[in-house]
Design a protein. Structure first.
Length: 131
């Protein structure tokens, strides 16, 4: 869990769970900013060299289940939302998110109240191997 307890580092969450064979529990429920804030997760993935890493790609057809899509609804450079790709049908990603109804939703979010004509997408392929 790289970065704990510094909320500015790594990608992590704790909720009192046990670590390895040691009888140690994290004392508080807390999380890194990249865990809780979509904009922070985008920058974490853009720059991470160890742990959870990813490569930015520029077309949705390059994505597979487990990859991440970020949404800048206003087109102002600030990431507003993120989703996980859960399936790909005929080269089109479908996603899940914490907002409802967002199970197996078309990645473009054109049916979302947050959608604007200025929307910008940021596509990230999550690396299969963690270092």
């Amino acid at each position: 869990m790289s970065g704990y307890p510094n909320r500015n580092k790594g990608w992590w969450i704790t909720d009192g769970w046990k670590v390895g064979a040691r009888e140690y529990y994290y004392p508080n429920e807390t999380w890194s900013y990249s865990w809780a804030v979509a904009h922070s997760l985008r920058w974490y993935l853009e720059s991470s060299k160890a742990g959870l890493t990813a490569k930015r790609v520029y077309t949705p057809s390059e994505l597979e289940p487990g990859d991440v899509i970020f949404y800048d609804f206003q087109g102002n450079g600030v990431i507003d939302h993120s989703t996980i790709v859960t399936s790909v049908i005929d080269g089109v990603p479908y996603v899940h998110a914490h907002t409802g109804p967002s199970a197996d939703r078309h990645y473009d979010y054109s049916n979302s109240y947050a959608y604007t004509p200025n929307i910008q997408y940021y596509f990230f392929k999550i690396d299969d191997i963690f270092y």
